[in-house]
Design a protein around this ligand. Sequence first.
Ligand code: DAH
Length: 338
Amino acid sequence: MLAKVEELLKEVTAFNSTVAEEVEQFRIRLLGSKKGEITALLKEFRNVPVEQKKEFGQKINTLKKLAQEKIEELKLGTENNSTSNHDLDLSMPAAPFEVGGRHPLSVVRNEIISIFNRIGFAVSEGPEIEDDWHNFTALNFPEEHPARDMQDTFFIDPKIALRTHTSSVQVRVMENSTPPIRTISPGRVFRNEAISARAHCIFHQVEGLYIDKDVSFADLKQTLLYFAKEMFGEQTKIRLRPSYFPFTEPSAEVDVSCQLCSGKGCNVCKHTGFLEIMGCGMVDPNVLENAGIDSTIYSGFAFGMGIERITMLKYQVNDLRHFFENDLRFLKQFKTAY
Ligand code: DAH
């Protein structure tokens, strides 16, 4: 047995490898808990004659220590080796990384902007914290008038509020430029509403405004038909229903033919064949005058739509809250080049 120990000592001293697997095999062969050769020798210790016990004990301990140290040392060598330049293959394709996607509301906002850009509408923006004049008074909401209750407002003080609609930007654009004006104003708006599948206290709108000489309701209707076809497809029809807004006269609500049933009637459109997408009208002469535009020379139309609503119709999303929850399973469905 002493001879066996000597033999293994030599073997351990001589052993060398940079291959992790070989080192591991070597460890198992010598020190493995079941069949390791050194392990077996240690078990034999009790059978060694008393007078040899001391020498054998010392030698076997030396062997065990040496083997353990050697294996640790070689292991380090293999780990370093695997990250050394030696193994770096510069011709390998790069590891794939996930490309993010735009939020569906941004996708649709960009699409709306692009559709109106093509017919000459520029983009304009205004502040989210707005004064009473731009959000209400200039838009022909008389003070204390019940029409102000159409929109539940977050007030900061009696004359300053979070804007309840992007119509406020119309007024700013008219105040700061001279006709012809063709502009759309996308942005975030705020209303003091309970959050549900159909309403939120923060949402997004796009306002449109066209002011020039001889602008008529027919121009408005053509523009909206063009928009509906570009957004929802060539087969789309529109329908205008008389309505009321303080800042337009006449005013109308715009419906598009239902995407799901192509206007035949289904659950989504409540069997009417149409879905409401926006409000619109001819800019009230009072509003033009409030913003310094001569209403005897110029006329114009305006419209306003909710981006969430358009997105829900286009992609058949049935709960508005999805847009604000940042659930990746929802968002990943909208990956696009836009
Ligand atoms: N501002 C209206 C709203 O938030 C939408 C709207 C209706 C805008 C008619 C307009 C318009 O410009 O002409 O409900």
